[in-house]
Write a new protein. Sequence first.
Lengths: 399, 399
Amino acid sequence: MKLKELKNFKVPGFLASGMACGLKKKEGIRDLTLIYSEVPAVAAGMFTQNQMVSPTVPISRKALKASATTRAIIANSGNANAFTGPQGVKDCKAVVAATAKALDIQVNEVLTASTGVISVPLAVNKITAGIPSLVNQLSPDGWIHAAEGIMTTDLVSKTCVVQYDDIVVGGITKGSGMIQPNMATMLAFLASNIRIDKRTLRRALKEAVDPTFNCITVDGETSTNDMVLLMANGQAGNAPVKAGSQGYKDFVSALTHVCKTLAFKIVEDGEGATKFVTFKVSGAKTRKQAEQIGKRLANSLLVKTALFGEDPNWGRIIAAVGSAGVPILPEKLEVLLNETPLVKNGQQVKGVSQSSLQKIMKKKQIGIAIDLHMGKASAETYTCDLSYDYVRINAEYTT
Amino acid sequence: MKLKELKNFKVPGFLASGMACGLKKKEGIRDLTLIYSEVPAVAAGMFTQNQMVSPTVPISRKALKASATTRAIIANSGNANAFTGPQGVKDCKAVVAATAKALDIQVNEVLTASTGVISVPLAVNKITAGIPSLVNQLSPDGWIHAAEGIMTTDLVSKTCVVQYDDIVVGGITKGSGMIQPNMATMLAFLASNIRIDKRTLRRALKEAVDPTFNCITVDGETSTNDMVLLMANGQAGNAPVKAGSQGYKDFVSALTHVCKTLAFKIVEDGEGATKFVTFKVSGAKTRKQAEQIGKRLANSLLVKTALFGEDPNWGRIIAAVGSAGVPILPEKLEVLLNETPLVKNGQQVKGVSQSSLQKIMKKKQIGIAIDLHMGKASAETYTCDLSYDYVRINAEYTT
């Protein structure tokens, strides 16, 4: 299988658009996104684990269950429509209904997502008034506008599209804060022309999301709204893909590539981020334990501020490993900073100069490897540093 | 029982001192502390839950077990002597030995603590050279110097002393970052002239620490070093105190008062703190669940930055409650901000003006009450906001 990234974002049989309907304060900034499959597609979704959810979450879940086919995703930024009471549910249904009507499809063929400020009533009329124009603007090249329509504090729009054989897999995503691993904690909309059944598609999505979107964190926060949605419309005309087959593996590989690329773009654009940091925890007894330590490291304020300060203060790394709630053997611990050994057999490696470490810390990409030497499981967690700008962005956001 | 705070810090039968031995870069800043009981005392301790610990932790634990009596606490700031390998253990033992020798007491009658940067070898000679002078400076009035000798990023030294009947309970503490609830995550040294047996003392300490030092958090970080130590020397000559008796309750009450006052001082002095925030979670099924939600709220970066920004963005509170890993009933949730109802029966309370909420957010003391309406358990968690200064302090600390 030969996978190549495409420059022009198109997925056969899919149209997309993005426009400004007035939800965002700044005029002309896109805040409404539509993705449409010209033929009935199958779809799968993964949703936030937060118990306080926007009605977009149960409504999209229900639509996925109720209908064998999916045709469209309608999404807005500028307002999460979360914790907005019964009115929020009505508003969400109104958006779905208006989309279904304008596209002449069934209500349950529409999935929906929102992102933005929580607990503010949705200006639903602005959305429903915008939908006919959004439908008119649908085009095979509309993905870039669609990617812009879901941005919140993102500084850049995020897209990725790949091809192997006749199969194209593309996706757009948004997210730069409120990002915590182990669940779908951002909006990502993926589309492929692959022919595949709904059940196998769901399985492929989980396989691709677990080591990618579920392994990133910016601030340890889990949103009320976020989801990953994937549609496949069968336009490639390939032989049906069965779980476990080579065709399935190829698709999962392409899908994982797209998810990982998009997930990394979220971390790179993390609120106030100046570094991209990979924690690789190996030698764990279980993958879950490796993930738990990786997550603890990636969410440690002291580790994150040391990364921002470009300070090779590896004592903070050790302290975070020791407080992750996973039993470890301190005397076996090994730590490497961008391949330079810092700790071996639980002891500081001698002869490593502070200046060489400081040089490494000045890099944009930092890799910190922890080997517990207790088992064979490993996991990678991806994060950014914590800077003044994270505080500024989040102290100033909204009201 | 009539409890009064004393202005002059003295605990009958105890002497204390603090001096600069040269561990801290700035000359003349105190970094070495000694507390001494003129007669054999009983002692109890609570220690960090971090698995990566400074040798001060096992050495103090062992001394508490090995000896029925305790006479002294020797502590340094400027260096945590953590993750310093076998040399760190030797250094720690050398400090204890030098203290025992200078005071002419047994090695196991000495407890020891360190705080400061992790993974840097201890300049043990500076400490052992300073100890004779530190012993010479011991005085009943030396507590203020002792409190200064354990400061790290603390802006102020922290003391509290109370009296009821003939019994005096006093304590000093340090800590402003690396503070996370549910364990002793700072240094606190407590002393009383009460006559009490060692086992009952240990129980009283746990009762006093659980709702105080164990319920504060600054940044969710658990140190490698921290401990709460309590000595009681019997000089009050009271009748022996039995667990559960009125005398026991009075003592626990006084001890809790001192611990709470000191714990609050840590939060007020939290790195970069501009607010003191109390999360009261009630109506939970168990106290543990209430604590878990309180801790999630208190460690949420989005909640903490909203507090710093004086932004009544209560959607972030709701989102944090929903992601604490505790099953809740969203439709029963109630939220109050300094007694102003924000959410009732899971819905926003109408008629609360944004400007009145903003006015509350400008206060120094913010109280956020969450009622889950699912049970009878409750817990309070105390924290501060997250400001630019937290990032500055922790990006610049050490190297």
